[in-house]
Ligand binder design. Structure first.
Ligand code: EPZ
Length: 432
């Protein structure tokens, strides 16, 4: 097992290139199953979730060719099974996209229940299932989700999502791309990766309108053809580096981003006294003075992203005064707070609200990454705390951040990944 050792307390400086978006990649790779031909996907982040998905596609019969570290060619012409075994599928939440993609192309799917980050509560997929059923599929839920389209092909339907769900929106889009007739998703999610998936599918011949608004129309087509597509930059990776600079201080230029996607995060950091300067596809982040308090509420896009909640809370822990953080998406996403308090943060959680009393500094400690973004928050905290911190369970972090050690080191951080035996520490308190 690996752990990170961080000797914090030094400001960050330099430039960092932002990788392709994880949550776009984990949908677009399964979407290649819909295509009868070769797709070339560029700007793919080098993270373990992507590696697992590519392995799953290979097991299904896809020909996967890595052209260079970030570009991959996938040919799903000769898929020989629609059964996705548990051993790989349970490793990531996004394996649920295989259901929509396989149903859409072959009219059947048998996918082990998805794993992935567990925030301590249930992560339901009832809205996905409701969408598939409306489109004429029978769906049985057990250890495996077994879904079959009536007559072997999905049928267009009107689907109103009871909750704004990123996963359900994308999964229904995939199931509908090759359906007979038109599908309308209402109360759809609007995240940048929704638009990215629609752009990918449209480039391959799909007819999807309205992605990025709350009504998406998918006019089913008979087949999709091959092509090349580049994934958008990762809003959350960029936001994580922004919070790292906010917490540790310094001046960093983020390259290769879409500034518009960062507005929700930029606005909050500016309220806290962090300087953010946008120019072209770059953002300059500078923090030298004290941090001011503010309130944050996470919401579906264009609101403040829930996947930035642990990181911004960590910065607020160092701000002057009392801040209120409200989690508007997930029921239980504050497990990491116990770890932060062990570093000296003063945070009280009441249901979906965290009351953060700012402290002047954090103290180093050995902490656990409970999930991907919680792990990122531990890094942000450790970079700000003068002294040596250790972060355990970093496999969660590596699911979603490309070369985080290398990138932070290039910014002057003293961080390294070292091997340790799991005998050295108590078993992790949560498995995602
Ligand atoms: C995606 O998860 C992301 N994961 C999550 O990022 C992210 O936190 C989340 O969207 C919200 O932005 C991937 O893209 C792989 P949802 P997803 O369906 O699609 C409820 C990260 O750190 N809901 O938008 O699973 C659900 O309980 C990960 O990168 C239902 O009730 O999230 C939640 O409260 C963690 N029924 C809310 O909707 C459903 O059928 C939003 O969930 C589906 C969801």
């Amino acid at each position: 097992m690996q752990k990170y050792i961080v000797r914090g307390g030094r400001p960050l400086s330099g430039e960092v290139h932002i990788s392709g978006a994880k949550n776009a990649a984990v949908a677009i790779i399964p979407a290649a199953l819909l295509v009868d031909g070769v797709v070339r996907i560029e700007n793919v982040p080098q993270i373990s979730d992507v590696t697992v998905l590519l392995k799953i596609l290979e097991q299904l019969g896809a020909n996967v060719r890595l052209l260079n570290p970030t570009d991959v060619e996938i040919d799903c012409t000769h898929i020989h099974t629609t059964h996705v075994p548990q051993e790989l599928a349970h490793k990531l939440r996004a394996s649920y996209y295989l259901i929509g993609a396989l149903l859409g192309r072959f009219g059947s799917a048998e996918v082990s229940m998805p794993g992935g980050c567990n925030f301590g509560g249930v992560r339901p997929i009832d809205q996905h299932v409701k969408g598939f059923a409306a489109m004429g599929a029978t769906v049985r839920e057990g250890d495996f989700i077994v879904a079959n389209a009536e007559g072997g092909r999905m049928k267009g339907a009107n689907i109103y999502l009871d909750v704004v769900s990123v996963g359900a929106t994308m999964n229904i889009m995939m199931a509908a791309a090759l359906a007979e007739g038109t599908t309308i998703i209402e109360n759809a999610a609007k995240e940048p990766h929704i638009v990215d998936l629609a752009n990918f599918l449209n480039l391959m011949g799909a007819n999807i309108k309205g992605a990025g608004t709350d009504t998406i129309r998918i006019y089913g087509v008979d087949s999709l053809h091959g092509g090349a597509y580049a994934i958008i930059p990762d809003q959350i990776e960029a936001g994580t580096y922004m919070t790292a600079v906010a917490a540790a201080g310094g001046e960093v230029l983020l390259r290769g981003i879409i500034p518009k996607h960062m507005d929700c995060i930029t606005a909050k950091l500016q309220e806290m006294g962090v300087e953010v300067v946008e120019e072209g596809d770059t953002l300059l982040i500078r923090r030298s003075g004290p941090l001011a308090r503010t309130n944050v509420k996470t919401l579906p896009y264009p609101g403040f992203p829930t996947d930035m909640q642990p990181q911004i809370t960590t910065v607020l822990a160092l701000a002057q005064g009392t801040s209120i953080v409200t989690e508007g998406v997930w029921d239980n996403r504050y497990r990491y707070v116990g770890e932060l308090t062990r570093m000296g943060a003063q945070i009280r959680v009441e249901g979906r609200t965290a009351v953060v009393e700012g402290v002047s500094h954090l103290t180093p400690a050995t902490v656990q990454a409970f999930d991907l973004r919680a792990g990122a928050a531990m890094i942000v905290a450790a970079l700000a705390a003068t002294g040596t911190s250790e972060i355990l369970n970093v496999q969660y972090i590596e699911r979603g951040y490309e070369d985080i050690i290398g990138k932070l080191r290039s910014l002057g951080a003293d961080i390294e990944s070292v091997e340790y035996s799991d005998q050295e520490v108590a078993a992790p308190r949560q498995i995602g």
